[in-house]
Design a protein around this ligand. Structure first.
Ligand SMILES: Cc1cc2nc3c(=O)[nH]c(=O)nc-3n(C[C@H](O)[C@H](O)[C@H](O)COP(=O)(O)O)c2cc1C
Length: 327
């Protein structure tokens, strides 16, 4: 009997497939449907720091009327906050899925208190969606990384539910930042977030939105880092986001050392049935390879598990691409 259950952030999941923070997880009704399609857990659509502290750009219009701004600020904030907390409570009541709340944040400021209310509303964990876009050439990378870690430290000392951190892929040394997150009591990391990207239309010479969805093959960007991180910082749980489109992708991520995988684009492209398909694939693959539990193979191909760990350290093609190009 195949058993797909896994432990992630100390939570029991019936399987490793998590629906990532996105419009799919923006209401309790949607979460009920995700449970019916077999999801192992959900990460709620992020609530943004700006929403928590009151939409400042909007409130700036009232700078001549500070009392009106205060009143509106409190109103805007409590409306967002209340509906987010209500969604958590409803999702907990109507499903038995682990519910991971998500906060997008850029500072360790006033909003941190809100994390406590998320915990009180019944969330099982918090995923911090942090991305500090470096746009200032005079700000060194150490200062930016300290800001990430400051946020993590403040949250983990505020709540007692597990905290994970969803990171972008552009760190000079991802292993070091993951280790530092672990030292600040982070229980997990999500590698990686995929952000809104600008593109250029050369016909009318203008800026346009880049493709919102990941492409097949983008998972390869993370496999090396899952394999290295899970070997070198083994006590932190890794969840993989970006490019997990099929059951085969999920198996690869788990073999490399991930505890769970997160899906979003796959659901946009193939509907919620993509979760059922991934689970069916994983079950068939485990039967074929005579694995009963996910723990029988997870991390089997991480840096410590493979016979040739240098494989993960090869980056240049100089010696390993002998094929002559056809010209
Ligand atoms: C429309 C849309 C909205 C998203 N909103 C959020 C969000 O609020 N918070 C977050 O952490 N990630 C958000 N994401 C990123 C996804 O959770 C995911 O990390 C990303 O799409 C890469 O995974 P995929 O290849 O499975 O799509 C969003 C993605 C999409 C496409």
């Amino acid at each position: 009997m195949i058993d797909l259950s896994v432990k992630y952030l100390g939570l029991e999941l019936r399987n490793p497939i998590i629906v990532s923070s996105s419009p799919f997880t923006a209401s309790a009704d949607k979460i009920v449907r995700l449970e019916q399609h077999g999801a192992g857990a959900v990460v709620l659509k992020s609530i943004f720091e700006e929403q928590l502290i009151g939409e400042t750009a909007f409130l700036d219009r009232y700078h001549d009327y500070p009392e009106a701004a205060d009143y509106l600020g409190a109103y805007v904030r409590s409306d967002y906050v209340d509906s987010y907390l209500d969604m958590i409570a409803q999702a907990k009541q109507r499903t038995s899925l682990p519910i991971i709340a998500s906060i997008n944040c850029v500072t360790g400021g006033e909003w941190v208190e809100f994390a406590r209310r998320i915990e009180e509303a019944g969330a099982d964990a918090i995923e911090l969606n942090i991305f500090l876009l470096p746009t200032d050439k005079d700000q060194d990378s150490d200062a930016i990384e300290r800001q990430y870690l400051d946020i993590v430290g403040k949250i983990t000392s505020t709540v007692s539910i597990p905290v994970s951190v969803k990171l972008g892929s552009r760190f000079t040394n991802i292993l070091s930042i993951v280790k530092e997150i672990y030292y600040r009591h982070g229980k997990g990391v999500v590698l990686y977030n995929r952000f809104y990207e600008p593109d250029i239309n050369i016909d009318n010479i203008s800026l346009v939105e880049g493709d919102t969805f990941s492409m097949a093959g983008e998972l390869r960007n993370s496999l090396r880092w899952i394999a290295l991180t899970s070997a070198q910082v083994p006590l932190i749980d890794i969840s993989v986001s970006t490019g997990v489109h099929t059951g085969e992708d999920a198996v690869k991520a788990l073999l490399a050392g991930a505890r769970t995988v997160q899906v979003c684009t796959a659901l946009y492209k193939h509907g919620l049935g993509a979760i059922d398909d991934m689970l069916a694939f994983m079950t068939g693959w485990m039967q074929q390879h005579t694995f009963q539990y996910v723990s029988d193979f997870s991390g089997m191909l991480n840096q410590k598990g493979v016979a040739d760990p240098d494989f993960y350290e090869r980056v240049q093609y100089m010696r390993y691409f002998p094929k002559e190009p056809v010209m």
